[in-house]
Design a protein around this ligand. Structure first.
Ligand code: ADP
Length: 607
């Protein structure tokens, strides 16, 4: 049993000392680190002396031990008070005169304990170890310890209340350690002895100082980018090495000694490698933390710049829209023969060109305004009951003249099963259909066709078709969807949210078609694909981006299928068929709300 106590005392006082050395090394000039190192040095001496008071073989020295122990406790509490005063920020500043006075008082107290009988009178042996008789002025010691404990407590509470962030965390660790230490000491050195009349378990309280010291060491080193793991690894390595070296000298034969020496060498080398790798790993982690921090700061800056840009675009588009609409309106009146008569055909032609350009400009500005609203989350979606057939018919009517002008046949096909009611924003859905049909007319040669169809499709199939496009995107180096199990989980959640039935609109044409490698770019801002489209057909590259956002605001999906260049294309978008309006309202409330939203500016049809 005593062997266990010997090793335990040795290990704990060694660890305490190592913690102190580690902290001292981290910053030799800091008052915090120095006072902590002093505290650990005194604590480790106290641990050893305390151990000695349990030794029957040292009966003759017990009185001396107790005198030294009390001198050591006087210094220990003082070192702790200095440390708490400095950590993590100085609480009370002392001038040199005060420091001198305090030092003299401490010296007098130490001298009283060491050289007089005023604090410790004498020691005597008990069954489990030794005990002592208090001196005449033991009360001085009690007052001293109580005063400093009170100072420590007030300083700690004050600091904890006033601290924030990292400092608060540090103080929390310190308080954890202190609580464990105080609690175990009260239990084993006060309450249990009061109940049993013996100090036999007193050592447990003493040993608990390791928690206190350990927690403080961690709290200090945390700010110096040190890690508890490295402190513990180092401590464990030193202890194992010390034990293995000591074991060499306790060998009985030379061979045993040599074997143990060999073993100790292995252990030394192993600890060296282990420490090196732990250190490297921690350094890498720290570097990574610094880089992550820098990146997140840079990201914040970029986001701020991006928000400024979006706000500028939003403001500029808003300001531009009014005069452009006026120009567009007046030009349209001038071109109306019933209102104004233009005799010169050349002038009429020029006027017509100006009118078309003004219309395109109005469209571009309206699109930019929409994009900025989408990005700022200010686009308001006003859902109501709408008849699907009515909606499609009105779009086809609106686009009739444009299709006729382009000599493209515009058709619609609405089956009976799709003559359903939808709970959606009619303006936004109309805008999506107009964008898609407008594109089909734009990107189809003369005598071609554009056909809009509505059908009902299970959500599973919608997802399958949508994934097929994502697959093409992935093959072309664009990761639009997550992989494997994540994808399945996302789909399951989506199905759970929107139910298993969707209305799917398709807009098919036999126009210029789209190369598979261009598909990933289609739904991005300002992206226009294929030489044909960019050279001969005017556009902004915003229509599909806006359409995608609008469909997503309705919890739907949008995708495209095309067999390739000149093979036509079919654009699809789906809207979940909710059984009740309440389901839509609930889902909308779960999706982040657009604040300060304004209605979407109505964009001119086609360009
Ligand atoms: P815009 O038509 O103004 O350029 P969109 O975002 O509506 O912008 O379309 C982006 C690009 O997608 C177009 O520039 C075109 O290259 C391609 N695209 C869109 N619809 C079709 C279609 N029906 N057929 C072929 N290409 C299309």
């Amino acid at each position: 049993m005593e062997a266990i106590y010997i090793s335990l005392t040795g290990i704990i006082s060694l660890m305490t000392l190592l913690f102190g050395i580690r902290v001292f090394q981290a910053d030799r000039k800091s008052a915090i680190n120095r006072s902590f190192a002093l505290f650990t040095l005194i604590t480790s001496i106290w641990l050893l002396l305390d151990f000695a008071t349990y030794q029957q073989s040292l009966a003759n020295f017990q009185t001396l031990f107790y005198k030294i122990i009390f001198a050591v406790i006087i210094l220990m509490v003082f070192a702790l008070a200095i440390f708490i005063n400095y950590f993590p920020k100085t609480y009370v500043g002392f001038n040199n005169f005060l420091k001198l006075i305090i030092s003299i008082v401490i010296l007098i107290l130490v001298a009283l304990s060491l050289f007089t009988k005023s604090i410790v009178d004498y020691a005597y042996m008990e069954g489990y170890g030794s005990n002592f008789q208090q001196g005449k002025y033991f009360i001085i010691f009690i007052i001293y310890v109580s005063a400093l404990s009170l100072f420590i407590l007030i300083a700690l509470i004050n600091k904890y209340i006033k601290s924030q962030g990292e400092e608060k965390v540090q103080l929390k660790y310190l308080l954890y350690g202190l609580s464990i230490f105080v609690f175990l000491n009260l239990a084993f050195n006060l309450f249990i002895p009061m109940l049993t009349g013996s100090f036999i378990y007193g050592r447990i309280g003493t040993y608990s100082s390791i928690f206190f010291v350990g927690f403080i060491a961690y709290a200090i080193l945390k700010t110096h980018l040190f890690n508890l793991r490295i402190i513990l690894t180092e401590t464990a390595a030193v202890i194992i090495n010390v034990i293995s070296v000591v074991s060499i000298f306790t060998s009985n034969t030379l061979t045993e000694g040599l074997l143990r020496a060999l073993f100790a060498t292995f252990i030394f080398y192993g600890s060296y490698i282990l420490l090196k790798s732990v250190r490297r790993e921690i350094e890498q982690k720290e570097e990574l933390e610094v880089i992550t921090d820098e990146l997140s700061k840079a990201n914040e800056k970029l986001q701020a710049i991006d928000a400024m840009k979006t706000e500028f675009v939003s403001m500029a588009s808003h300001e531009l829209l009014t005069p452009i609409s006026a120009i567009e309106g007046y030009l349209s009146m001038m071109l109306d023969e019933k209102m104004v008569k233009i005799d010169d055909p050349k002038a009429a032609e020029y006027m017509d060109r100006v009118y078309k350009s003004a219309k395109r400009l109005a469209r571009l500005v309206a699109d930019l305004l929409n994009v900025s609203r989408i990005e700022e989350g200010r686009l308001l979606v006003e859902k109501k009951d709408i008849e699907l057939e009515e909606l499609v018919t009105s779009v086809v009517d609106e686009l009739k003249f444009k299709a006729e002008g382009a000599k493209v046949k515009l058709e619609k096909e609405i089956s009976d099963e799709t003559k359903v009611k939808l709970y959606a924003d009619p303006d936004k859905i109309k805008e999506v259909i107009i964008n898609l049909c407008g594109n089909s007319i734009k990107y189809t040669h003369e005598n071609g066709f554009a056909k809009i169809t509505a059908m009902i499709m299970p959500t599973d199939e919608v997802l399958k078709k949508f994934d097929a496009m994502s697959y093409i995107c992935k093959q072309n180096g664009e990761a639009q969807t997550a992989d494997g199990s994540i994808q399945t989980a996302v789909h399951e959640k989506y199905k759970e949210m929107v139910g298993n039935k969707q209305v799917v609109f398709s807009v098919e044409d036999n126009g210029v078609g789209i190369e598979p490698c261009d598909i990933p770019k289609l739904f991005k801002k300002f992206s226009r694909v294929g030489d044909w489209s960019t050279q001969e057909v005017q556009g902004t590259g915003l229509g599909l981006y806006i359409s995608r956002s609008l469909v997503e605001m309705h919890h739907g999906k949008i995708w495209v299928e095309s067999a390739g260049k000149d093979k036509g294309s079919t654009f699809y978008f789906s809207l979940p068929l909710f059984e009740t309006k309440a389901q839509v309202v609930k889902l909308d409330s779960e999706v982040p709300k657009a604040k300060d939203a304004k209605p979407l500016a109505k964009s001119a049809v086609g360009s």
